[in-house]
Design a protein around this ligand. Structure first.
Ligand SMILES: [Zn+2]
Length: 347
């Protein structure tokens, strides 16, 4: 006959002073594990006669349940003790300084582009995106720059496949695509800020990759003065209300007439300083009235429609606005330098 009480007492005395969960677990295995004392007892039932089984079976099963309960209760007790101990010893000193978690902030170039976008959207412009891998016909031909034209030399282009697929050397192909989409029927007001690529050595003022902010307006009775008004609004927003704009004649294949846009130096107010190279003026954009050939190729009848286009170099604007003298800082990941942007902006 099995003495269930004796086994229970043995268990109780063994676990009585245990304070460690691992030790308790080991004792549990000794009794309830696969090869444990109680499991062996259950296994031995198989060898008994039916009468004996009927008698012993329930006793061992009850014993197993009771012992399991003992272990569970003891386990809870140990866990509770550990928790109480922790609560007693671990205190949070709320007077300690907190750990500094550095916060990210938008790149200053991105911010500048957003500022221009927001301004132009209030003037009814859409922000349009286009592919950076472009076809020659959109990047050049439909902008009045046929194959072999010397104007191509100025844009030292990365060709990807033959002479047909390239990394766009300007954002102007987005203008062509937008004109084609509108099928010569609707007026257009769009800007396409984006990356452009040219084969250039990287130095403080040149990069093989740079951002342009280009705009195009096509409507009826549009003239150079409309362009000047729009440019005025943009530069005043970026550099201050007292900025004066000046147009100088220039030459681009896709506009006629073409101009270069100067602004009065915001730093010296025109008296001459290192930023304006002592001229009092700073060149910020190229622009002009859309060439009739470009309108025609874009599906717009130049007898009915006219328009203007302008292009700013985003890095140049940001460098001027924030007094940065090396455009490479926009594209590196040095947090110390990126932090100085935040400072410059809050100046
Ligand atoms: Zn100046």
């Amino acid at each position: 006959m099995i003495d269930a009480n004796k086994i229970k007492e043995e268990v109780l005395s063994e676990i009585k002073n245990v304070t460690n969960a691992k030790i308790l677990y080991d004792i549990r295995v000794k009794y309830l594990g696969k090869k444990g004392i109680i499991s062996e007892l259950l296994a031995s039932l198989g060898k008994l006669s039916i009468e004996e089984k009927k008698l012993q079976g329930p006793i061992i099963n009850t014993l197993k349940q009771e012992v399991t309960k003992l272990f569970d209760e003891k386990n809870k007790e140990i866990e509770l003790n550990i928790l109480n101990e922790k609560l007693k010893n671990e205190k949070i000193d709320i007077s300690l300084p907190s750990t500094k978690i550095p916060l990210g902030s938008p790149n200053i170039l991105e911010k500048l582009i957003e500022e221009v976008e927001e301004l132009l959207m209030t003037l009814g412009y859409d922000v349009v995106d286009g592919p950076e891998i472009e076809e020659d016909k959109y990047n050049f031909e439909m902008l009045n720059i046929p194959k072999g034209h010397p104007a191509r030399d100025a844009q030292d282009t990365f060709y990807i496949k033959d002479e047909e697929i390239l990394l766009r050397s300007q954002t102007s192909p987005v203008q062509v695509r937008t004109m084609l989409e509108n099928k010569g029927e609707n007026p257009i007001r769009m800007i396409c800020p984006g990356k452009t690529y040219r084969r250039d050595d990287d130095d403080a003022t040149h990069s093989h990759q740079f951002m342009q902010i280009e705009g195009l307006l096509v409507d009826k009775d549009i003239s150079l003065s409309d362009l000047k008004g729009t440019i005025d609004v943009i530069v005043k927003k970026l550099f201050g209300e007292d900025i004066i704009t000046r147009f100088r004649p220039s030459y681009y294949q896709f506009t006629e007439p073409s101009v270069e846009v100067d602004i009065s130096c915001f730093n010296c107010k025109g008296n001459g300083c290192h930023i304006c190279k002592h001229t009092g003026w700073i060149t910020v954009a190229g622009a002009g009235v859309v060439h009739p050939n470009v309108l025609r190729m874009g599906g717009y009848d130049p007898k009915i429609w006219s328009g203007f286009a302008f292009g700013f170099g985003a890095e140049r604007l940001a460098m001027l606005k924030y007094g940065i003298d090396d455009l490479r800082v926009f594209y590196n990941t040095d947090l110390r330098e990126l932090k100085t942007f935040d400072r410059k902006e809050s100046d």
